[in-house]
Design a protein around this ligand. Structure first.
Ligand code: LMR
Length: 397
């Protein structure tokens, strides 16, 4: 029966990760998969995570199941992290959360919920969007449609075109938004643009589905959540998929949550009952370890401070790398404007090179990036920026 299955090519992002690992050249530079790296090129376990993990293991007396929604303390702490202490939605009785296996699990749960609410729903995704958004949302049967987002000429958001398209959508259309550190472009909405977008979402009765996977790595923890905080204060319904992979460095622990704001507490109860049933039919219950660690960090004063300062250091390092890459590329590629690197936020930017250049960078210079030229800035190191910039200069010459 299985003999007839076609062999598929590797996932584009995970394929680059595997190719990099297989390269034995000591000069190799990994700008592919979106994981944070430090100056030594490592993705270390955060100090607060190490400490919280020790506490969690010392206190744990059982491995029995936690609950259908996962760790309730984690869910509540994540609501406060995303929305901010004192946010009106927290006390409204309209917000519910379910822990999920990573941000991917949260996105899939959200997609399944949308499908149950409206089997004909269309989810509108930015052009471009994270490659894995497409299978995560469409594999359950939802239809996807693109909306304009990235302006290749400026490296910013094509905001007029985006608003113009969203302003023509039928009511109950779903709009997938990136809260911050847009993946793959690094082009984020400004606060004023979130406010303008709110007007359109409200006027057209759209359902915002916000993916927040990089909170704290763009402008700051509160600043990166400006959109979700505004929308949850002003709208009847919002879905938020949260990931702890990057800002807690918990990648392999698959830690995330889906937060659902409904129009009434009764509707919120119905939504969470649906989500528990959906999760039960997919994987039953989420893994606990990462959620227990995150909960311990967010509710322990010392651990939280340590986590917040390490996260600040990560963000500042990314910003420094952006500045340094801009400076070096300006020298090695004087004919090309890389100013967008300093204006964009988070780990990703498009380098603005074609597929042939990407291939040459990989094959001749051991510099790995996505085929579309997306680079993970955090994969650079101060000591190899020069090598990277020279390689780009040679390829673009
Ligand atoms: C990325 O975009 O590289 C990250 O979000 C990792 C992944 O799973 O794709």
């Amino acid at each position: 029966m299985l003999e007839h299955l076609d062999r598929l090519p590797p996932d584009p992002i995970l394929g680059v990760m595997a190719a990099f690992r297989a390269d034995s050249d000591p000069r190799k530079v990994d700008l592919g998969v979106g994981v944070y790296r430090d100056d030594a090129g490592e993705t270390p376990v955060m100090k607060a995570v190490r400490e919280a993990e020790r506490d969690v293991l010392a206190r744990q007396t059982s491995k029995t199941y936690v609950a259908a929604v996962g760790n309730a303390g984690f869910n509540e702490a994540m609501e406060r992290l995303v929305l901010g202490e004192g946010h009106a939605a927290l006390a409204s009785g309209r917000l519910r959360s379910i822990q999920a296996p990573g941000g991917c699990g949260a996105l899939r749960l959200g997609a399944e919920l949308i499908l149950r609410a409206d089997p004909h729903a269309v989810v509108h995704v930015s052009t471009p969007t994270w490659a894995n958004h497409v299978p995560l949302l469409s594999n359950c049967g939802l239809r996807l449609q693109p909306y304009p987002y990235f302006d290749t000429a400026t490296g910013g958001v094509a905001f007029e075109a985006m608003l113009g398209t969203l302003d023509r959508l039928p009511a109950r259309s779903v709009v997938l938004l990136h809260a911050s550190c847009h993946n793959p472009t690094g082009a984020d909405l400004e606060d004023a643009q979130w406010r303008d977008l709110l007007g359109v979402v409200r006027r057209r009765s759209l359902l915002p589905f916000i993916d927040i996977a990089y909170q704290g790595l763009g402008r700051g923890v509160a600043e990166d959540a400006y959109g979700p905080r505004l929308f949850c204060a002003e709208l009847p319904e919002v879905l938020i998929a949260v990931s702890c992979s990057k800002n807690f460095g918990l990648y392999r622990e698959r830690t995330g949550a889906l937060q659902v704001l409904s129009a009434t507490p009764t509707a919120a109860d119905a939504a969470i009952s649906q989500l528990m049933r959906i999760a039960r039919g997919l994987y039953s219950m989420p893994p606990d370890h990462g959620a227990a660690i995150t909960h311990a960090i967010l509710t322990g004063e010392g651990l939280r401070k340590s986590w917040a300062s390490e996260l600040d250091a990560m963000r500042l390092r990314i910003q420094r790398l952006r500045g340094a890459a801009l400076q070096r590329l300006t020298v090695t590629c004087p004919h090309k404007d890389f100013g967008f690197l300093a204006r964009q936020r988070g780990m990703f930017s498009y380098l603005g090179v074609d597929a042939a250049a990407v291939r040459e960078l990989r094959e001749q210079h051991h510099v790995y990036m996505m085929d579309d030229g997306r680079i993970n800035i955090a994969g650079l190191r101060m000591e190899n920026i020069e090598y990277f910039a020279e390689a780009v200069g040679k390829v673009l010459r």
